[in-house]
Design a protein around this ligand. Structure first.
Ligand SMILES: *Cc1c(COP(=O)(O)O)cnc(C)c1O
Length: 380
C-alpha cells in the first residue's frame, strides 16, 4: 500500500542498523563473535527484517527470549544459530530439537528430558549454560555451577557449546560488575584445569561491550546499541537511531486566548493561536505520561504537546507557524537539524529507551528503509 495513505508510521532504517553493527564490531578483537539480541520483535524494530540484515552484515548468533520467537526466525528461513536466552519448558523440547535451536540450560530436569528425547532421535543438541553471578533471575547459582556442568556433561546427547552470565549493574556499579567478570573468569580457569573445554564464553550486553573490555571473552551479546540507542549518557560512539516515528497533520484550527485543550483541560491557550491535531496517541504505544512534556518536530522546529494525549490523537500549539494539512511531523527521529531520541522520550516519561521502542514497535505499522528507499511495509 502507498505510504502516503498512512497517517502515522514507523520508519526502520536498516542501513543505520548495519552501520551500528559494524561500529560495535570494530570495538572487538577478532575472533570475538557477536550475538545480537533480537528478542521482543527486535526491540520493536521487527525481528525478521532486522535478523536478515544482520545476517548480511555477518552476525554470528541471534538471541531471542523464547521458542515462539525462535520459530518465527526459522519460519522465515533463517538458519543461523539461535540462542534462546529465556527458559524452555518440556513442551518446547520437540521444537528445539526439530528446528535446531540452542536452548539455555539451568535446570537439571529439563536437561535430562532434552537428553532423553535427543537420544531417542539420535541427535546431539548444543546448549548454553546460564550462570547467576548476581542478577537473581535465571541461571544456576555461581557456587553450584561447576558441579552442574559435570552433571550436564554426563548427558551424552547434550553438547555444552557455551556458558554465560548477565550484569544487572553495568551502567551503575563498576566494582560489582568487575567482580562478576572475575568470578566468571575463575570458573573458566577451573574448568580449563579440569580439561573441560567449552567453545563460547559470553557476558557482555551493550553497556559491558563498551565499558568493560575484559567482559568480551569470545562472544558479546549486545541489543540496545545495535538499534542506535545508548544505555547511559556520555558514550560517544556515533550510533545512528534505527527507529523513527512520523505522522501527518490531520487538522489545524485557530483558537482564541484562554481555550482549554483536551481531556482535563491541562493546557490552556495563552493567546490567539494555531492548534494542530496529530493522529498519534497512547493506543499507538506513545505514552500518555508524555502529555505537556514531550516535543514534536514540525518544519524542523520543536513544539511541545499541548494538553492530555488521547487514545489516538494529540494536540500541539504551533502559535503563528503556517502548517499545511497532511504536513509531516516527526515524533521520534530527525527533521532538518533537530533530533528527538528515544532516550529523550524515556527521560521525560521516567523509563528506559528499550520501553519506548518496544512499545511503539508493538503498535504501529513499520516501513523499512535501505539505500534511502522505502521498500516494504509490515503492518502489526
Ligand atoms: C537483552 C539481553 C541482552 C542485551 O542487552 P542490551 O542492554 O540491550 O545490550 C544481553 N543479554 C541478555 C541475557 C539479555 O536478555
Amino acid at each position: 500500500m502507498d505510504r502516503s495513505l498512512y497517517h502515522r508510521w514507523l520508519e526502520i532504517n536498516l542501513d543505520n542498523l548495519a552501520d551500528n553493527f559494524q561500529r560495535l564490531k570494530r570495538l572487538l578483537s577478532p575472533p570475538t563473535k557477536i550475538l545480537v539480541c533480537v528478542k521482543k520483535d527486535a526491540y520493536g524494530h521487527g525481528i525478521v527484517p532486522v535478523a536478515k540484515r544482520l545476517i548480511k552484515e555477518g552476525v554470528d548468533y541471534l538471541g531471542v527470549a523464547n521458542v515462539e520467537e525462535a520459530l518465527k526466525l526459522r519460519e522465515s528461513k533463517i538458519r543461523i544459530p539461535v540462542l534462546i536466552l529465556g527458559m524452555i519448558l518440556k513442551q518446547d523440547i520437540d521444537y528445539v530439537i526439530r528446528e535446531d535451536l540452542t536452548p539455555t540450560v539451568s535446570h537439571l530436569t529439563v536437561a535430562r528430558l532434552l537428553n532423553k528425547k535427543a537420544t531417542a532421535l539420535g541427535k546431539r543438541i548444543k546448549v548454553h549454560i546460564k550462570v547467576d553471578t548476581g542478577m537473581g533471575r535465571l541461571g544456576v547459582l555461581y557456587r553450584d555451577t561447576f558441579d552442574f556442568i559435570l552433571r550436564i556433561r554426563k548427558l551424552k546427547c547434550l553438547e555444552i557449546e557455551g556458558i554465560f552470565t548477565h550484569f544487572p549493574l553495568a551502567e551503575a556499579d563498576t566494582s560489582f560488575t568487575s567482580q562478576q567478570i572475575k568470578l566468571f573468569k575463575e570458573l573458566k580457569e577451573r574448568l580449563f584445569k579440569r580439561g573441560i573445554y567449552i567453545p563460547l564464553y559470553h557476558t557482555a550486553n551493550s553497556m559491558a561491550l563498551v565499558g568493560y573490555r575484559e567482559s568480551h571473552f569470545n562472544m558479546v551479546r549486545p541489543g540496545l546499541m545495535v538499534y542506535g540507542l545508548y544505555p547511559k549518557k556520555g558514550l560517544e560512539l556515533k550510533l545512528k537511531p534505527v527507529m523513527a516515528l512520523k505522522a501527518r497533520v490531520v487538522f489545524i484550527k485557530k483558537l482564541p486566548k484562554g481555550f482549554g485543550i483536551s481531556y482535563g483541560h491541562t493546557y490552556r491557550t495563552k493567546r490567539d493561536t494555531n492548534i494542530v491535531v496529530i493522529p498519534v496517541g497512547y493506543g499507538d504505544g506513545y505514552f500518555r505520561c508524555l502529555s505537556n512534556k514531550a516535543e514534536v518536530l514540525i518544519q524542523g522546529r520543536r513544539f511541545r504537546i499541548s494538553g492530555t494525549i488521547c487514545m489516538d490523537q494529540m494536540m500541539v500549539d504551533v502559535k503563528d507557524l503556517k502548517v499545511k494539512m497532511g504536513e509531516e511531523v516527526v515524533l521520534l527521529g530527525r527533521q532538518k537539524k533537530e533530533l528527538i531520541t528515544a532516550e529523550e522520550l524515556a527521560g521525560l516519561s521516567g523509563t528506559i529507551p528499550y520501553e519506548i521502542t518496544t512499545s511503539l514497535g508493538f503498535h504501529l505499522p513499520r516501513f523499512y528503509i535501505t539505500d534511502k528507499k522505502y521498500y516494504s511495509l509490515q503492518i502489526r
